[in-house]
Ligand binder design. Structure first.
Ligand SMILES: Cc1cc2nc3c(=O)[nH]c(=O)nc-3n(C[C@H](O)[C@H](O)[C@H](O)COP(=O)(O)O)c2cc1C
Length: 317
């Protein structure tokens, strides 16, 4: 399945040249971004969260017109139409999916019948062991610094990845805080065999997010994010007027306050730099330019070997 020559198990699962996954982003990672990542040798996917079956079919048809390489979908398993969306993916020839937000056990029978591999996103060892027991093929270890929904456990990528590597029998991909070859090399040094990136790909030419989101992200430093809905379903977003106002509240209250405060909404549904909720990782502080997806992936693949040499040279006296 894989055209990767070094037997990386994640390339084997994805069928890709490089073990780099486009982090699913609702209403953002659609056909154009998915195809661009797959054409650059990574694994592009459609964020199916909130989609109807016919919308997903249309998006996959568009993606297939833009690339012949493998593409996947991501589906948060708590969504009531999860199985219906996976049926569409199977029908459209998808061979690997990522799942998040819930117990993946509910999708495994259907996935196996359809010959689909499953990679589940987790934020703790307990969740990872549950996913492994359910039969998933790999897990994505998402650290607390990541953009979007993060774990209630607050474990960072640097601690989560080796903990999972040491305790699981399936491959681990790292997510959270990775934007360049240094981050990928660090993840591999911790034992990960693949990476998923979200925030880096927001600042790409192919990203359909409004320009103000990319401008805020490029200007941001590593302290520019905060957590909303701290106890219930924490989400890491860029600080702005509306998120500063509702931060510290529980998610139910926060949602209410946002609505009362003047219609703050997810960045793809409206608003501006002051009122839109812009999910974003701490690694925004490491990004200052919008680049093409091909450039982002090429810089990573070209940078890895040099970093390995530099580490060896600089460590030993
Ligand atoms: C704007 C945005 C939207 C996101 N939406 C989703 C989503 O719909 N489903 C999901 O599983 N993860 C979502 N995430 C998380 C990403 O898929 C990915 O795991 C995360 O961005 C990795 O951390 P990083 O941002 O530090 O690269 C989102 C992240 C961002 C920045």
């Amino acid at each position: 399945m894989s055209d990767c020559s070094n037997n990386n198990p994640v390339c084997g699962i994805l069928g890709t040249q490089y073990p780099i996954v486009l982090g699913a982003m609702r209403l953002i990672t659609l056909a154009e971004m998915a195809a661009a990542v797959s054409n650059a040798g990574g694994f592009g996917l459609i964020a199916a969260s909130g989609m109807e079956a016919r919308e997903l079919r249309k998006e996959l048809e568009k993606t297939k017109a833009l690339t012949k390489k493998p593409v996947g979908i991501n589906i948060p398993v708590y969504r009531p139409n999860t199985l219906e969306l996976i049926e569409v993916a199977i029908e459209m020839g998808v061979k690997t999916i990522t799942t998040s937000a819930g117990n993946p056990a509910k999708v495994m029978d259907l996935a196996r019948q359809g010959g689909v591999k499953v990679i589940h996103k987790v934020s703790s060892l307990k969740m990872a062991q549950k996913a492994q027991d359910a039969g998933v093929d790999a897990v994505i270890a998402m650290g607390f610094e990541a953009g979007g929904h993060v774990g209630r456990e607050h474990v960072t990528t640097f601690c989560l990845v080796p903990q999972l590597v040491d305790n699981l029998d399936i491959p681990v991909l790292a997510a959270g805080g990775i934007v360049d070859a240094r981050g990928v090399a660090a993840a591999f040094a911790l034992g990960a065999r693949g990476v998923e990136m979200g925030t880096r790909f927001v600042a790409s030419n192919e990203c359909p997010a409004p320009a103000f989101f990319q401008e805020c992200l490029n200007k941001a430093d590593c302290e520019a994010t905060l957590l909303l809905g701290k106890e219930a379903m924490p989400i890491r977003v860029l600080k702005n007027a509306v998120t500063a106002m509702v931060s510290g509240m529980e998610s139910g209250e926060a949602d209410q306050a946002m609505v009362q405060s003047g219609d703050a909404s997810y960045v793809m549904s409206g608003g501006d730099e002051h009122t839109a909720v812009m999910p974003c990782g701490q690694a925004a502080g490491l990004i200052d330019t919008v680049k093409s997806i091909d450039e982002i992936i090429s810089e990573i693949t070209e940078g890895i070997r040099q970093i390995a040499r530099d580490v060896e040279k600089s460590f030993f006296c």
